[in-house]
Design a binder for this molecule. Structure first.
Ligand SMILES: [Mn+2]
Length: 320
């Protein structure tokens, strides 16, 4: 393991990662974005009870800048200049911005631009960490990076080690390294792989604070191991069971767990899908492989919650 974690003093890492002295007890109500300072990441898990009553989400753009722009434009969340036009909504991107597709840097840059635009419109853009990002910080020349973002960095004359150390001139590395591992928005918990292992938000904050203070950081098993929040697949057992994800959601205090990372989780790889019991929502549509349009999740929390998936042609399908 080399890169960001080992190269920087831990105090700097915690600042870069936005960790407070007592991460388990921080709250982030009504705050967000890097300008809010160290407390806003609340020990790697954010919590927001936004007044805005609309949530949009997708995951795993994987360097597919054109597909991502098309999808966001089709629902008028960005305009033809790729400027935020969604108004005061909350948007969550559940990780894996990089690798596979050829335009990881453009994906990062667009999301970095949209973040303050969303805030200025009274909305919020929350970009979460995926396993591809964590693996890059743990080892910027890992196999996924070597066949992915490292090629692009080479073309741009950017040293992968420098980006992973948060030392690149554009500040992309530090921004990417400070993405939270999960976020609760109202009764929804979002993360890349979804496995919280029946922990509460407070327990998760303690777990990741430990992983980054005395553990192996991005390379820690609790961050990137086979059973982790970023990497685990099928952690809910049989997705058709009434029990699927139920105890996990209860421990988090939410009604729904939303995740990416596993396009084939419930069968249809190119669609947003929901488990039979209505608790688990799968976002990943395998857009990174190209030739797939992708879908958005749209949730309305005005009164009784409603959710639908939204396709590129604007057609929708009700989830509940
Ligand atoms: Mn993934």
């Amino acid at each position: 393991m080399h890169g960001f974690v080992r190269r920087l003093p831990i105090s700097l890492l915690l600042v870069a990662y936005g960790c407070s002295t007592d991460p388990a007890d921080t709250t982030t109500e009504g705050s967000g974005g890097k300008e809010d300072g160290p407390a806003s990441y609340g020990g790697f898990i954010e919590e927001h009870d936004d007044r805005a009553d609309e949530i949009w989400a997708f995951s795993d753009p994987h360097g597919g800048i054109d597909a991502m722009k098309r999808l966001l434009e089709s629902s008028e969340l960005i305009d033809s200049e790729s400027t935020w036009s969604a108004g005061p909504v909350t948007m969550v991107i559940a990780g894996d911005l990089i690798d596979k597709g050829a335009h990881s840097l453009e994906v990062i840059d667009l999301l970095r631009r949209l973040e303050p635009q969303a805030a200025a419109a009274g909305g919020r853009l929350i970009v979460l960490l995926g396993n591809h990002e964590a693996e890059f910080f743990a080892d910027p020349s890992n196999d996924k990076a070597r066949t992915g973002i490292d090629n692009e960095l080479g073309r741009e004359g950017i040293n992968p080690e420098e980006l992973a150390a948060g030392m690149d001139s554009q500040g992309r590395g530090a921004w990417l390294a400070s993405r939270p591992l999960g976020v609760r928005v109202k009764k929804y918990f979002f993360s890349h792989g979804g496995n919280t292992d029946k922990r509460s938000v407070k327990e998760l904050r303690r777990l990741y604070a430990t992983a980054f203070s005395t553990g192996k950081g991005f390379a820690d098993k609790d961050v990137i191991g086979g059973n982790s929040i970023l990497e685990a697949q099928g952690w809910y057992g049989d997705h058709r069971s009434d029990k699927a994800g139920r105890e996990n959601a209860r421990a988090l205090g939410v009604d729904h767990i939303v995740f990416g990372h596993d396009p084939g989780a419930f069968g249809k790889k190119d669609q947003v899908e929901i488990s039979n019991n209505g608790i688990l929502i799968k976002l990943d549509c395998a857009m990174g492989l190209g030739g797939v349009e992708g879908e958005l999740l749209h949730i309305s929390t005005n009164g009784t919650d409603h959710a639908e998936k939204v396709r590129l042609d604007g057609s929708t399908e009700k989830l509940y």
